[in-house]
Structure formats: C-alpha cells, structure tokens
Design a protein around this ligand. Sequence first.
Ligand code: PGA
Length: 261
Amino acid sequence: MDVGIAESAEHAASLAADAIENLLRTKTEAVLGVATGSSPVGIYDELGRRVSTGRLSLARASAFMLDEYVGLRAGHPQAYRSVIDEIFTRKVDIDASRVHGPDGTADDVKAACAAYEAAIRTAGGVDIQILGIGTDGHIAFNEPTSSLTSRTRIKTLTKQTRIDNSRYFGGDINSVPTHCLTQGIGTILEARFVILVAAGPAKAEAVRQTVEGPVSALWPGSALQLHPNVTLLLDPAAAASLTLTEYYRDVWAHKPDWQRW
Ligand code: PGA
C-alpha cells in the first residue's frame, strides 16, 4: 500500500488526476471506477480542467459507479446516478451512455446486482478505481462487518452513514434511504489499481485502520491491504493518526517515476 501525504486535498486531487491521465495516454478506452461523495469531487474538477484545455480526453473511456441508493426515484437529485452526472459526467467529455451504475429502482434486486457484475466483467474490469472512505471505514457502501469477498448486493446503511449523508437531504436523517446497492469488497478488489482519497480530521481513524490496522471486516477499508496496487492520497489532517508517517513520506519522496503510477 502506498501512502501519499499531499500538501492539501487539492494537491491530492491533482495527483489522482495525474494517474488517470497517465492511464488514458496508453489506454484511451480505459475503464474508470467512479465514487460519489465529496472526496472525489476535486479529482473530477481537475479532470474537467484538463479536458477543457485538450490535455486529456475521456471520449473513449467508460465508467462504473460504486453504489446507488435504493428507494429514490430515477432522476431524484440525490440518486447517485444524478450526483455522478453532476460531479463527473458533465464535467468531462465521456459519453454519458458509457457511465454505468447499479439499478437502485429494480424490482428484481438480485438480478440487477448480477447484471452489474456481468457488465463490469464484459467491459474488461476496472483499470483505476477511485474510492473515498466513510468515517466508519466503509468503502463504497460496504459497511462494517461486510464480507471481505462480497459482490454487488443490497446493504443496509449504518446510522452513522445516514447521519453523515443527511447533509445532502436537508439535514434530515429520515430522508436518507436505509438501503443501497453496492459493489462488494470482492468486486472492488478486482480493480487493477485503487486510489483512495481522504481529507479532513474526521477520516483520520478510518485511514489509520485502513493502512495500519489488522485486516478486519469491522473496518472495511482494511481489506485494501489484500490488494497489490493501492495508493492512498491524503491531506495532512486525514494522515494525522498514522504512526509510520516518516516512512511513508520517505517512500513517496524517493519513488522512481516508473513506479509512481
Ligand atoms: P465523503 O464520503 O467523500 O462525502 O466523505 C465518503 C464515503 O462515504 O465513502
């Protein structure tokens, strides 16, 4: 696991955009895994800026979302499909028909989840998965005690997640759906490269558990220790509870270019 402690969240976003740009240079048909939430917004903004200056293009790329609420109508502004349109799809030149998400409105949830797994496989798998992390350590919506080999399925959100996300629902926790469809931890671990971005003191404990804690379903992010190619991009506040900080900084500073992305 690589730990990059950036000067700021904006700097971390720019480093993540570098990784995506580097991928697109050799693979124009790259498959990106896109997260919602506030953490990746800076990355999408930076990609948008680079697209507008002609530095990169996502015209031939495709994208797979991590998760979706169950119980919100299609087109609801807080449905993750709407959110990803707003924060990602519209900002870059990706073909909207190639941005995929689990169908949170499906009557047959099991079939919808299986179809989503199949779609990711058919696309050739995810090249770079962008991840945030919840204050309770969830990745995508894999809440604590999620199976470390789980696949796309329906999950019940924790109260903490619903409290955290109530800011998008006028502060009303009762308006936040109780259920979601989410890629499983096993699904996420199949991405070829995972970049997790985290900023702010509220994420410090989840980051510590992810990097330095034991692999445990109690802190789902810690499952990333089982993946051979993960980079965390943190601001100083999110990195504040790590113990081997000096080592991470040393590794990062001396990383040869060929090893960087
Ligand atoms: P955030 O959410 O990026 O809005 O902090 C992250 C998450 O819940 O996974």
